[in-house]
Design a protein around this ligand. Sequence first.
Ligand code: 59J
Length: 601
Amino acid sequence: MKVQRSTYSLRHRLIAVVGVLGVCGLVLVGRAAHLQLISPDFYQQQGDARFLREVPIPTSRGMITDRNGEPLAVSSPVESVWANPKEVLQHADQLPALAGALGIPAEVLQQRILQKADKEFIYLRRHMNPASAQAVVDLGVPGVYSQREFRRFYPHGEVMAHVLGFTNIDDRGQEGLELAFDDWLTGKKGSQRIIRDRRGRTVENVDLVQAAEPGHDLVLSIDRRIQYLAYRELKSSLIEHGASSGSIVVVDVPTGEILAMVNQPSFNPNARESATMDAMRNRAVTDVVEPGSVMKTLTLAAALESGKFTPDTPVDTSPGYMTLPGGHPIRDFRNYGMLTLTGVLTKSSNVGATRISNELTREHQYDMYQRFGLGQPSGSGFIGEVQGVLRSPNEWGPAEKATIAYGYGLSVTPLQLARAYAAIGNGGRIHEATFVKGADSPSTQVVDPVIARQLMTMMETVTGPEGTARRAAVLGYRVAGKTGTARKAGGGGYVANRHAAVFVGLVPASNPKFAMAVVIHDAQGLEYGGGAVSAPVFHHVMEGALRLMDVPPDNIEQWFAAQAKRKAAALAAAPRPAPVAVTVAAPAAPAPASAPAEVLR
Ligand code: 59J
């Protein structure tokens, strides 16, 4: 009985157990089916979100080089450390250590994280050197990550600052060519899916969503060495003359490519925080100047084109001053009497330019200035470039027609001046300004090549013995150019103690390679004019540039003559002294200053 009863109860219990287990199994199968078949996406996402991430693949901005491949703007890899504030705040005890590794005060870090407590992303520190960033990540604070970024570096600092401009912290161009060519230089970020562990370390690269495309490199027309020379000479001239600011533009005459563009004051683009707005101005394209007498060359172009003048046509400038209808006085520095058309340029006679202008129509003058790019965009592509002011001729009164002929009542940029004179040197063909090597920029014939050649010959007299720019001369080369010394407008008239000193020149005059404009503002002291202040800067820069670019001299006889004269003078002044015995105890006296090195050659 007992056995029977127990057998009975045993079977019942077995059925009960199997039944319970079966129900459990069914529930599990049902649950599994629910998870796997009915709503898998939600759980898949929830699981993956913790580990699977789509992350950007950083890519670098293109390099900017000079025309010889020298790097001018380069991107170096840096690390930016970021955090998920929610996660970090769960481990607040680690904040002091984190702050220490980041190099920021703990309170500052804590405050910044607390401010973004409800967010999932905050930069802790950007652009760290990779080793320091790794040290931060190695602390293992949950929710702290590092990501690769690129930082722009400008090896030539203030020398190239205005040409290149700079990028912001997100590596986008803000100024200069960095801005003008931003799309070309900027790469395309890629993206990839990766699996991360809870500490944020990459466990597996799952797949590539979009490959990164690095930015394009940009080869400029700028020659680093000429740029440096121009910068050095401009800066030292400003110091020498106590001047306030200045610009230089050097153009490659045959192609219209810009070889150098510098301004003072300048700034260090690698430490921009301390730069003033004033120092950041790219004056060569954003600041205008009344050109003064350098306009006379273009007025003479119209005179020659009118058929009424040849370079030898006499122009009476007596008695050195005149009064226009309406009482406007015009003065020359002194009375040059009877000049030729060429002589008006050599001596820079305002009266002469006015007499010539009286023979021309307003429309013809205006048209000539416009053809040479005044009042027009230069084509350089610089954002923020201005085109100056050249009013339409029907707004010119009789006084303006004359003053514009010798450079007042209009305004131009240094770049426009360099470009206009480059066109004269280029046989009357003007190029759009370009900063890209080999750009083959469009060009237009603006005056007859014969007229351009005549202007070159006339301008050579300016650097000759009778001219206003003798100090622009370069030994061994023929130099053409024009000076201008313009009083500055102010207080409803022209002030006596502020000047723009201008020189624009071309060399070698027989077959021009370089055109260079120098504009220097507010030179102090007795020397403040184009001939005294700007012409010597031209001389120094061109002397170096001609050598650097191996430009053959077109006046070698002058060079030989000068060399022979120097040697003769040196020999006469200091016959070579007999060698002196040198003892260690009593060093030989230095050679006398009157025995220059040439004696030994
Ligand atoms: C000048 C002017 C001002 C504007 C005159 C410069 C005029 C004029 C009204 C007096 C200094 C000065 C519209 S002179 O560039 O003639 O390059 O080495 O600023 O004439 O009419 O104390 N250049 N400069 N004129 N204005 N308005 C000469 C000349 C020039 C020199 C020197 C000194 C002026 C030889 C200028 C140079 O050719």
